[in-house]
Design a protein around this ligand. Structure first.
Ligand code: SF4
Length: 383
């Protein structure tokens, strides 16, 4: 179920019953936010997302309990399933029998078995994927770029390490004869998403691309940020599958799919919007939530942060609100102020510095105080 637009001549990649690239219509994807171990709720969300038009549905699997649940979920849905491997790439072996695609992040491969070269890990992943007829997504993310690549470039050049990482993984997979893969290059800044994907497509026009703006936040801003990036890429023929990552409560998760389909339909019809410069004002980024969220108050907190900070709309500052301790600590580092949510406490940060962990009901006044201090400091600087 996709939208037909002229595409770059990428190689086709089959993901279960869906095919991306190879001139196929663009496929909309989404991700479950339910606890993976809640088999009934996760299967129901997979089915709801597929029914809304998601050609691929991603599920988070972090441990053996999740992997066991995945086997049961597979029995309850015909959706094409994908799994995100986080730091433990060896989970691939346990999930591959039940899914159609595995996503690995080149920036996470170093965490386990540090003495094993990343090339050997990718070779092993490709073997597992081939054995179980899974596609692979090489998912490069701005917040977790391979530290070895990052060290080779100036600190203010965030795109070159991402590109280098993606390109070298493609070369390796090609050399292994594994071509059933696509690539994603995600950032929370739509302009960087456009630039990274344009540069990648210039060098590897044959590789299918999965597009998205990570941690886009809540609707409507999250949809608008994604729309800006997708309009510019898709109208250039770049992109074979998309995800609109939105911070939404569980029952509204299908809105990711309807938003994606609407954006594609608008681009196909020439209904494109003028570009909005998010860097000019307050930018709130928040993750779309997934099964790793340990306190459901996260989604509400993200909305409260947006309400609380409206008064600062004219200030060029970024506030990041992240749902878990897996990716939250790293992905708040680049924001002016960051919050990441644990089971009982929210850690507040200024840049990469932690300001402490506060109970959910105490974090907002402290956030406001920090925001006021930043604004006052900025105004003094300008004066
Ligand atoms: S930050 Fe954590 S909760 Fe949010 S989407 Fe990423 S992994 Fe899931």
């Amino acid at each position: 179920m996709g939208v037909d637009l002229p595409r770059n001549p990428t190689r086709p990649v089959r993901i279960g019953s869906a095919t991306i690239g190879g001139g196929q219509p663009i496929v909309v994807q989404s991700m479950c936010a339910t606890k993976t171990t809640d088999v009934e709720a996760t299967a129901a969300q997979c089915n709801a997302l597929a029914e809304a038009g998601a050609g691929v549905v991603r599920i988070a699997v972090d441990n053996r309990d999740d992997a066991r649940a995945l086997a049961a979920i597979r029995q309850r849905t015909t959706a094409n399933l994908s799994v995100d491997l986080q730091e433990n790439y060896r989970m691939a072996e346990e999930v591959a029998p039940y899914v159609d695609k595995i996503r690995y992040n080149p920036g996470h491969l170093y965490h386990h078995q540090r003495n094993v070269p990343w090339q050997d890990k990718v070779r092993w992943l490709a073997d597992v994927a081939a054995e179980h007829q899974c596609a692979i997504r090489v998912g490069v993310n701005c917040g977790s770029v391979d530290p070895a690549r990052r060290a080779e470039h100036p600190a203010d050049d965030v795109l070159s390490p991402m590109l280098q990482s993606a390109l070298e993984h493609c070369s390796l997979l090609d050399s292994l004869g594994f071509t059933r893969y696509c690539v994603s290059l995600k950032d929370s800044d739509p302009a960087k998403v456009v630039e990274a994907n344009r540069r990648f497509a210039g060098q590897r026009p044959d590789v299918a691309l999965h597009l998205g703006v990570t941690e886009a936040g809540m609707p409507p801003e999250g949809i608008l940020k994604t729309r800006i990036a997708l309009e510019q890429l898709i109208s250039r023929g770049i992109g074979d599958t998309i995800r609109v990552s939105l911070t939404l409560p569980d029952p509204r998760k299908v809105e990711e799919v309807t938003a994606g389909r609407q954006i594609l339909a608008d681009i196909a019809a020439g209904r494109v919007r003028s570009v909005v410069d998010f860097a000019a004002g307050l930018n709130i980024i928040s993750c779309p939530s997934c099964s790793r969220v340990e306190n459901e108050a996260f989604v509400e907190l993200a909305a409260q942060v947006r309400e609380l900070t409206r008064y600062a709309a004219g200030h060029a500052l970024t506030i990041a609100v992240m749902g878990c301790r897996v990716n939250g600590p790293g992905e708040t580092d680049d924001a002016d102020l960051g919050l990441w949510c644990g089971p009982n406490y929210v850690t507040l940060k200024r840049g990469s510095q932690s300001l402490g962990a506060l109970p959910y009901d105490q974090v907002l006044p402290r956030l406001k105080a920090e925001l006021d201090a930043l604004i006052a400091g900025g105004m003094r600087d300008k004066g």
